[in-house]
Write a protein that binds this ligand. Structure first.
Ligand code: SF4
Length: 140
């Protein structure tokens, strides 16, 4: 639960995506006005660390096929839309997360990566990530 008392980061940063705000509102169970958009950085870090542990334990991730066309990408996105928003494990599987770069590519170079929040702003994913991770929907 995000608590104002524990807030370490005030999101007053136009680079942060609407998806991040929605996600934080969801886990906080409240809606933030612009001035109240205060969140716990540690809560987000905790979630990111959980994903890292899940990936490190060798989850059976669907790394292939890597979508080559918009239609292929849309199929993966469709699969993600069908997953319950809280079912992170399944999201990691279907999106094809890797906890390392694939070739030269990683979240850090992806157009959906929000540097200031270490966050994936692709609506179908909308999760905290690490810059050296990668998924099948990587895009530049
Ligand atoms: S590579 Fe995937 S998880 Fe990483 S930022 Fe891009 S879309 Fe998001």
């Amino acid at each position: 639960m995000v608590e104002k008392e524990n807030a370490e980061l005030m999101i007053n940063d136009s680079r942060l995506s609407r998806q991040l705000q929605l996600y934080l509102e969801m886990i906080a169970g409240v809606r933030f006005t612009k001035l109240e958009f205060v969140v716990s950085k540690s809560a987000i870090n905790e979630r990111r660390e959980t994903f890292a542990a899940v990936l490190a334990e060798g989850l059976h991730i669907q790394l292939e096929p890597i979508p080559e066309t918009l239609l292929d990408r849309e199929k993966v996105a469709d699969g993600l839309r069908e997953i319950d928003r809280e079912d992170y494990r399944q999201k990691l599987i279907v999106a094809g997360f890797a906890d390392h770069p694939i070739g030269e590519n990683s979240c850090a170079q992806c157009m959906y990566y929000v540097v200031s929040g270490r966050w994936c702003a692709l609506p179908e994913i909308a999760l905290p990530v690490e810059p050296h991770w990668w998924c099948r929907l990587w895009r530049i």
